[in-house]
Design a protein around this ligand. Structure first.
Ligand code: PLP
Length: 407
């Protein structure tokens, strides 16, 4: 066979969130019970899709309208609907033409970075949801560019760090925010969003806001969507139905383009994303048809309220336990459904708290950690082997901090 050469950026695709699953499966094969706390799939976490949503889907399946391709940008009626929802808030106004549907936000995130020149970089938060940082870094074939979220300050972004990095790296053309954030559960306060908009305006950058958890904010905290704060700065919001409805299997998410005509190059970038979708034909039709019907159903608002309440209660319980542990830094979450635990310097080593009884499992765990330097990865592998609890090390989220994320 001729030599198969990979894109050099593919080395950035080491993906611990999935790798740990292979280790958990090896343990499962040895009879170990696994507690899947590693992935943000609400269905795996026993969220029950209510009967009225199933009825909507059944009706659609029985119609003929969902089997064909839809418009390459997405179903027109659904694009009109989500544009209208955005416009109700009174911020940046869009039409159905500014909405582009993808096969889930994972697909959208890949495209977002794929068509930028490798020297046009997007800086994102650290710790970072790895799909953004890994794909941005893979396409540019460089290390990810990140600004720090500060665990000693409620995980709020270090704006001085962001400003300095933007100022001294002329390759940075965009800033990513994830609001609410994965993995920290932090919700960006409005003043911080406004300051980020100011940085973007000062250095002529565009903004990207991943708002997939926008319907999962609790504890009475307030934030704003990108459209509400960005003024005349060009921006892209990324939204989806995987986490709130929750329907991750739908593979349905979308981008909203704001102020695209303000800058010719940004407009071209948006058009390129649209072309990419056209070349691919389109995204999944059924969930797009279902989306407005689900969200306009009389029970939807109450259903979301209940889901939020449940997640808030869970976060409260977890926080009560974690606040009692002296070796870690932990901030109570206000959004999404992850908890991120940071080890205080040098206070936790892999075997300190964990005893593996089974000799075969012990040997497997020793084999896994033998070549691993990061103490949090070692801890996480030992935790998996000793207790079957599957979590993701913080070092896998483009972070210098050590700890782990639990779902
Ligand atoms: N964005 C963030 C911040 C996420 O946490 C996730 C999934 O965990 C996604 C996007 C991917 O969403 P989708 O299921 O629409 O691909």
């Amino acid at each position: 066979m001729r030599q198969v050469l990979l894109h050099e950026g593919s080395r950035q695709l080491d993906y611990e969130i999935r790798d740990i699953v292979k280790k958990a499966e090896a343990l499962q094969a040895l009879g170990q019970k696994i507690y899947w706390e590693n992935i943000g799939d609400p269905i795996l976490k026993h969220a029950v899709v209510p009967a009225w949503i199933k009825e909507i889907l059944t009706t659609l399946v029985n119609e003929n309208s969902t089997y064909g391709y839809c418009h390459s940008k997405g179903e027109l009626e659904t694009r009109k609907y989500v544009a209208g929802k955005n416009n109700e808030k009174g911020g940046a106004q869009i039409t159905a033409d500014d909405v582009l549907f993808f096969n889930g936000l994972g697909d959208a995130i890949g495209k977002l970075y794929q068509f930028l020149n490798p020297y046009s970089r997007v800086i994102g938060p650290s710790p970072a949801y790895s799909t953004h940082s890994a794909l941005e870094a893979a396409h540019s074939n460089k290390e990810p560019l990140t600004y720090n979220l500060d665990p000693e300050n409620n995980w709020y972004p270090d704006l001085a760090d962001l400003r300095l990095k933007v100022k001294y790296n002329p390759n940075i053309v965009g800033i990513l925010i994830i609001n609410p954030d994965n993995p920290t559960g932090m919700v960006y306060p409005v003043e911080i969003l406004e300051e980020i908009v100011e940085i973007a305006r000062e250095f002529n950058l565009f903004l990207v806001s991943d708002e997939i958890y926008t319907n999962i904010i609790y504890n009475g905290v307030e934030t704003k969507s990108l459209a509400e704060v960005l003024g005349d700065v060009p921006g892209i919001a990324m939204k989806g139905i995987s986490k709130d409805t929750p329907w991750p299997g739908s593979r349905c998410g979308w981008m909203e383009f704001y102020n695209r005509k303000v800058d010719e190059q940004f407009d071209q970038y948006c058009s390129t994303l649209e072309n990419a979708k056209m070349v691919e034909v389109c995204s999944t039709t059924l969930p797009q048809k279902a989306l407005p019907i689900i969200q306009e159903h009389p029970k939807f608002k109450e259903y979301l309220r209940e889901r939020r309440k449940e997640i808030e209660e869970r976060s409260e319980i977890i926080s009560q336990y974690l606040h009692e542990i002296p070796y870690i830094t932990f901030n109570k979450t206000n959004g999404a459904f992850y908890n991120t635990i940071v080890f205080k310097d040098g206070s936790i080593n892999d075997k300190q708290f964990l005893k593996i009884e089974d000799e075969q499992i012990q040997a497997l765990a020793e084999d896994w950690v033998e070549k691993i330097g990061e103490p949090d990865k070692r801890f996480v592998y030992y935790l998996l082997a000793a207790k079957g609890v599957c979590v993701v090390p913080l070092s896998s989220f483009q972070s210098e901090l050590r700890g782990f994320r639990i779902t």
